[in-house]
Design a protein around this ligand. Sequence first.
Ligand SMILES: Cc1cc2nc3c(=O)[nH]c(=O)nc-3n(C[C@H](O)[C@H](O)[C@H](O)COP(=O)(O)OP(=O)(O)OC[C@H]3O[C@@H](n4cnc5c(N)ncnc54)[C@H](O)[C@@H]3O)c2cc1C
Length: 466
Amino acid sequence: MALAVDSSLNKADLNEFQSTFAGQIILPDDGTYEYARGIWNGSIDRHPALIARCTGVADVVAAVRYARSTGLPVAVRSGGHSFPGQSICDGGIVIDLGLMKGIRVDPLEGTARAQAGVALGELDRETQAFGMAVPAGIVTTTGLAGLTLGGGIGWLMRKYGLTIDQLLSVDLVTAEGEFVKASADENADLFWGVRGGGGNFGIVTNFEFRLNPVGPTVLAGPIVWPIEKAPGVLRFYRDWIEDVPDELTTIIVNRKAPPLPAIPQELHGKLVTIITCCYAGSIDDGERVVAPLRKFGSPLLDLCAPKPYVTHQSMFDASYPRGLWYYFKPCDVERLSDEVIDVVTDYSGRIQSPMSSMPIFHLGGQVARVDENATAFSGRKRGHTLNPNGITKDAEGFEDERAWVRGLYEALEPHHSSVYVNFLMDEGEDRIRQAYGAEKYERLKKLKKEYDPDNFFRLNQNIPPD
Ligand SMILES: Cc1cc2nc3c(=O)[nH]c(=O)nc-3n(C[C@H](O)[C@H](O)[C@H](O)COP(=O)(O)OP(=O)(O)OC[C@H]3O[C@@H](n4cnc5c(N)ncnc54)[C@H](O)[C@@H]3O)c2cc1C
């Protein structure tokens, strides 16, 4: 097949690359280019010179070597869910792992292997067939690769830890196109770095995880109050979670009630505070633990009930579809103090867009029990991760939503403790340093110097080698 070539690409080199590549090479005049250059965040509109859709490790090696020879910027894409769109670039090469969907669960060994293109829901489907799970995030379309490399917080974290805490090994292609493995016994320094350090050290092609028993039925779902009750409900919640067992993970979301079938029509569009529970233990124990919350303050709606874990996992999917315009400005706080609750409630009351929201994750439990220095992920003792998001269908109203998110972030500034790297936008070196803390940031820089001294992988939450 003759390829129409962007002027920045040498045709002979491209032909040679094509002869070594089994996957799809997508160029700007290809009929699939428009869809292929799209990512989850519709506000990002970039035009790469070439997208290389890899089918396996050999393709990834070929793509890295080819991309290196062009001198063009290189983006790495797995699930395409990067908030700031770091997995797509203008005028460069996108190494896309989205076709690499292999999953192998070994229920006897209690492990799962997943290639980089796997989405969270795809892994859950395979592991839940055996009543097992890898703790990961809360939207099933999210890429496992990017999520894992930054840490991975979600419904099972207080019981079993972060996604990286399940990781046994990775296969990785370096900036030189070399294949290496990393685990506790092999390239242990690299294994430390990929557990939180993102895509800075190479392209992970395969992940090996330890599995944990979960469900398949869990007690889970949202309990909803009107926003006017948020100050009291959140104060009660703050005190209540002090003593809840690790099996329970909860997420607060303040927003306008979405028009979903499970929500009565009269609530649609009303500002509400929602506390969603997921109890990773027996249903009876879960009922006992959740009882005080569901009795507090006469909720408008209580949908916390036994259900398949995979059903619960997809609960937020409808709220975060591909293609909307998204803006985030995350921060962590140690505690939901009265001041934090009052700021959050005040700003939640001003939400305009029917899609924008104010999620607050409760960490602790097993996340905090792992030694802070065991992985590059930083801030295991953080109490809560806040991820205010402004969402619109398109450009209309987007600036107002961004202003709302920024206002909330700034009002919370006196209470910030750290930030979760996977929730950052393109926010500059200081914020990345804040995500790792000064000591780990320096250690990560040394590792970067060893594995990627030219900063070949720089379209990410970048840790420059010097
Ligand atoms: C709707 C939604 C819900 C989310 N929910 C959660 C959540 O519950 N918990 C949570 O922890 N996070 C969550 N996130 C954040 C998520 O962890 C990050 O956006 C993550 O980067 C997504 O991974 P991806 O593979 O889809 O990303 P991509 O956009 O494909 O990649 C993002 C970056 O990751 C790196 N990368 C990707 N693949 C590889 C690879 N194979 N090898 C090396 N580097 C790679 C690259 O630097 C790339 O720029 C959510 C994001 C979205 C959009």
